[in-house]
Ligand binder design. Structure first.
Ligand code: FES
Length: 571
């Protein structure tokens, strides 16, 4: 059908919204509550446009086109309406932009600038609420909330957790856990998808920057950073690079300039995870189960299983997540190698994930000392780089320290959904064929942004049925099949965040499908360009087994690299 958009005729598909057509035509309409790929709620009305026939203002994100529709997106009436909406939102907002962590990257602040809101036109009673800081991963400031509901929809529709929802009515409306309890007293999985999708500063990560600066300034401590696979394809966006630009070398040099004594690569322990996990899978297949084995590198997913499917905990791989493995090795193997007491090593994980903050304080992840002392997100690292006065663009490219800095392409693809499975298949092939690498290392059934990917792969005598799932709403059917004893799979990768770590709760905001795609492409580019692409070919990992761990799955490996899980009645 044809519609007229700002005086121009353009085509549209029946059922499409005005917003979709406008975006395709390159017309920018502001949105707050709208989320691509989610059903529209039409709650904020900032996307208001004028429709001539009905002479009315309608929300373009929820309004379908019709034949010969005449739409104006930028008329004086539309601009006036949008400005009033912004003024009303601002009137019920604390306006403490000076202190807000989202200042400069806040969607409401940006709109006040764009629509010329310079004064408080509406003043009166303002909603008051307590800040919730009790969660180890996420802080919630209900006074800053603009009730767009993006967090509620992602938590319910994408993650099937429902830890937060709208409570009360009218002026008292807010978003909160049931009975307005703290996030740490409800079964929130700390994935941070609510944070990364929040347009303002109402939801933020629990910052570890202060303690990291203190450790750096403590000359008695050896402060060590490790960098997750998905950081290097997202950090640049904080400094205006192209979406998904690979900035590995600049990330390493930024961390050194901030003051870290050593900078290691979590991709190293991703390779190590593959060796341990593939060994565990072989063992389960030989012993007859329990299968399917479920991956355990996503702490939000692990917490989900502990809360909602505790009867399936034996299916979960006992492998710690890669950064916890790296932390354990830094305080044992590496400490011994360099002759430093582990009490003097402070490990900081730079992660795309808020759930890693929760994970790092789990008592079972560590011995005498915690494996990891602090976790900072991609966003926090960007803030530290700015605070240190570093010009990111002028940084030289530097390499990681050794020996926990070497990695392969298989370690790199942990950052994308399906990557762990692809890396595991490469190494499982090597083990099951008695030492032959796959001819083609790209395992395309595990690539792409679909929520559920499945494949059957025959290696030697063995046929493996595998799946990779991201976004927890997609995992429920598979878990119900395991519970019912009818799952056809041997091995399932699960990532809490849709699209995997590239779209983690600690990544740069705003999170858009376009950015996710670019970051994912860059992850595979790193793999393609790596001189080694199989985890079992990582020479530093081989050296680690020879010098310290013994065999994959050895007693020492189990002591340091594996863990156990608990049913969570308590949160
Ligand atoms: Fe359309 Fe909020 S973005 S109503």
């Amino acid at each position: 059908m044809n519609i007229t958009l700002n005086g121009q005729t353009c085509w549209a598909k029946p059922g499409e919204t005005v917003l979709n057509v406008a975006r395709r035509e390159g017309v920018n309409i502001p949105t707050l509550c709208h989320m691509s790929n989610f059903s529209p709620t039409g709650s904020c009305r900032i996307c208001t446009v004028e429709v001539e026939n009905g002479n009315s203002l309608v929300p373009s994100c929820a309004y379908p086109v019709y034949e010969n529709m005449v739409v104006r997106t930028n008329s004086p009436r539309v601009r006036r309406a949008r400005k009033t909406i912004i003024e009303l939102l601002v009137a019920n907002h604390p306006q403490d932009c000076l202190f807000c962590v989202r200042s400069g990257n806040c969607e409401l602040q940006k709109l006040t600038q764009e629509y010329g809101v310079r004064t408080h036109r509406y003043q009166g009673e303002r909603r008051r609420a307590r800040i919730d800081i009790a969660s180890p991963a996420i802080e919630r400031d209900p006074e800053k909330c603009i009730l767009c509901g993006r967090c509620v929809r992602i938590c319910h529709e994408s993650q099937q957790v429902g830890a937060i929802d709208f409570v009360h009515r009218g002026f008292k409306s807010s978003v909160a856990p049931a009975l307005e309890r703290s996030l740490n007293t409800v079964p929130c999985i700390d994935c941070g998808q609510c944070v990364v999708n929040c347009p303002v500063g109402a939801l933020t990560e629990k910052s570890h920057q202060k303690q990291v600066w203190e450790a750096i300034n403590n000359t008695d401590m050896l402060v060590v950073a490790q960098v997750a696979p998905a950081i290097r394809v997202a950090l640049g966006e904080e400094f205006g690079t192209d979406d998904g630009a690979v900035v590995t070398g600049k990330t390493v040099s930024a961390l050194r300039r901030i003051g870290f004594d050593r900078v290691f690569d979590t991709n190293f322990s991703a390779d190590l995870t593959i060796i341990e996990e593939a060994t565990e899978l072989m063992h389960r297949l030989e012993k007859g189960g329990p299968t399917p084995m479920l991956t355990s590198c996503s702490p939000g997913w692990v917490k989900y299983l502990e809360h909602y499917y505790p009867d399936l905990l034996n299916n979960l791989s006992s492998c710690k997540s890669p950064h916890e493995m790296q932390g354990a090795l830094l305080k044992t193997y590496y400490a011994k190698k360099i002759g430093v007491d582990p009490s003097q090593i402070y490990v900081v994980s730079v992660m795309p994930c808020t759930a890693k903050k929760y994970e790092a304080q789990r008592p079972e992840l560590g011995g005498e000392y915690p494996d990891v002392d602090a976790v900072i997100t991609t966003r926090e690292l960007a803030r530290m780089i700015r605070a240190a006065g570093i010009d990111f663009h002028k940084l030289p490219n530097q390499g990681f320290d050794d020996p926990l800095g070497e990695s392969t392409g298989a370690g790199a693809i942990f950052g994308a959904a399906g990557g762990v499975m692809e890396a595991a298949i490469r190494t499982a092939h090597y083990y099951l064929t008695g030492g032959t690498d796959m001819k083609s290392l790209t395992f395309s059934p595990m690539r792409g942004l679909e929520g559920v990917k499945q494949a059957e792969v025959t290696i030697g005598e063995q046929t493996l049925r595998v799946a990779a799932v991201s976004g927890l709403t997609n995992v429920k059917a598979l878990l119900d099949d395991i519970r019912a004893g009818i799952s056809p799979f041997h091995f399932i990768e699960v990532m809490a965040c849709p699209g995997g770590c590239v779209n983690g709760g600690g990544q740069p905001q705003p999170a858009t499908p376009e950015k996710l795609l670019k970051r994912t492409e860059s992850i595979y580019q790193i793999d393609r360009e790596s001189p080694r692409r199989n985890s079992h070919r990582n020479e530093s990992v081989q050296q680690l087994y020879t010098e310290f761990l013994g065999e994959p799955g050895s007693h020492c490996a189990h002591e340091l690299l594996h863990t156990h899980y608990v049913e969570r009645d308590e949160f």
